[in-house]
Design a protein around this ligand. Structure first.
Ligand SMILES: Cc1cc2nc3c(=O)[nH]c(=O)nc-3n(C[C@H](O)[C@H](O)[C@H](O)COP(=O)(O)O)c2cc1C
Length: 302
């Protein structure tokens, strides 16, 4: 049975009317009847009861109709699976991104042009008001020893009993990665965009930077550690009083692929809203719980 014939049967069963079924199939009534005729000749059985208007299916016709429905269902399931699989490839790169620890990175790191593309990807992240409340600070190879000195000083400040090994490790954090960036969150106060949205924009940007690095074929990881909270180190790096040193991004070629990890479950983060019963006093609920903590702040027009 041809697909057109199956479709004609199914439309006729749904509409129970020659004209409506023909319209649903996108053919003329005569063409629809010709399709049913050709099926009747093929099976040498009457498929529809004689008469006009449409009188229903014969028992044999009903069996053929059921078969056609099953077949179409299976075909559409297979098409759906193929469709899903080919759509999944559109996000495959994103789903494969994972952090690569500095120990698994090697030269070469990203080129200056790669860095510009990664920054551009960051700038294409959602950003209320287009404030780009973040910036990247690059530590070029010739500055790494000075950075290692700063890391060492911070470690000694934080832990006066640190061993030679601890100090060596702190210095290596500055020297090892082929490319090293600081990611600085730089919220703006002279704007109506709430600070929490600026933080989210910065978070989205860091995600885009990491995804761009991955798509360019590099491994990357963001690490903060306690040194990011050290006022002395922040001052030495030029982090302004209103800014935050969110972390250091290490980048390079992947020398060693990190161990496999399991699939992430999208259902863990997706839920459907169910409206609250109208009897709940929303004002009281808001005062009592979290709505209080997200009380509206002046908002800029979007
Ligand atoms: C701003 C920021 C700071 C982070 N700091 C640390 C850190 O100090 N130590 C750590 O183990 N992971 C830290 N992470 C998490 C890692 O970068 C990484 O995302 C995590 O190990 C999960 O690996 P995945 O990215 O492959 O899922 C930080 C992530 C972000 C976004």
């Amino acid at each position: 049975m041809e697909f057109e014939e199956q479709k004609a049967l199914i439309c006729l069963a749904q509409k129970q009317d020659w004209c409506d079924a023909a319209a649903a199939c996108g053919v003329s009534v005569n063409a629809l009847k010709a399709l049913i005729d050709s099926l009747e000749q093929h099976y040498r059985q009457a498929i529809v009861e004689p008469g006009d208007p449409f009188q229903g299916f014969t028992p044999q016709g009903a069996r053929i109709l059921n078969w056609a429905r099953d077949y179409c269902l299976q075909v559409s399931e297979v098409q759906q699976q193929f469709g899903d699989a080919s759509r999944q490839t559109l996000v495959a790169e994103l789903l494969e991104r994972r952090s690569v620890s500095p120990k698994r990175l090697c030269a070469p790191g990203p080129s200056p042009q790669d860095l510009r593309w990664m920054a551009q990807a960051g700038l294409h992240a959602p950003d209320h008001g287009g404030l780009h409340p973040w910036r990247l600070l690059e530590f070029r190879p010739e500055q790494r020893q000075a950075l290692a000195d700063a890391f060492e000083a911070e470690k000694r400040r934080r832990d006066p009993l640190s061993s030679d090994e601890d100090i060596q490790r702190a210095r290596e954090h500055a020297i090892r990665p082929p490319m090293l960036l600081a990611f600085i969150v730089s919220p703006q106060s002279k704007t109506q965009v709430p600070v929490r949205e600026q933080w989210l924009a910065a978070g989205a940007a860091i995600g885009n930077v990491l995804n761009a690095a991955h798509q360019l074929g590099f491994g990357a990881i963001v690490l903060s550690g306690e040194r990011c909270f050290d006022a002395g180190l922040c001052a030495e790096l030029g982090v302004q009083p209103h800014e935050f040193l969110a972390g250091f991004i290490s980048l390079g070629s992947v020398a060693q692929v990190p161990p496999a990890r399991g699939e992430k479950d999208p259902e863990a983060v997706i839920s459907c809203w169910t409206p609250m019963a109208r009897t709940v006093d929303l004002t009281k609920a808001a005062t009592a719980n979290h709505l209080q903590s997200v009380a509206p702040t002046p908002r800029a027009a979007s």
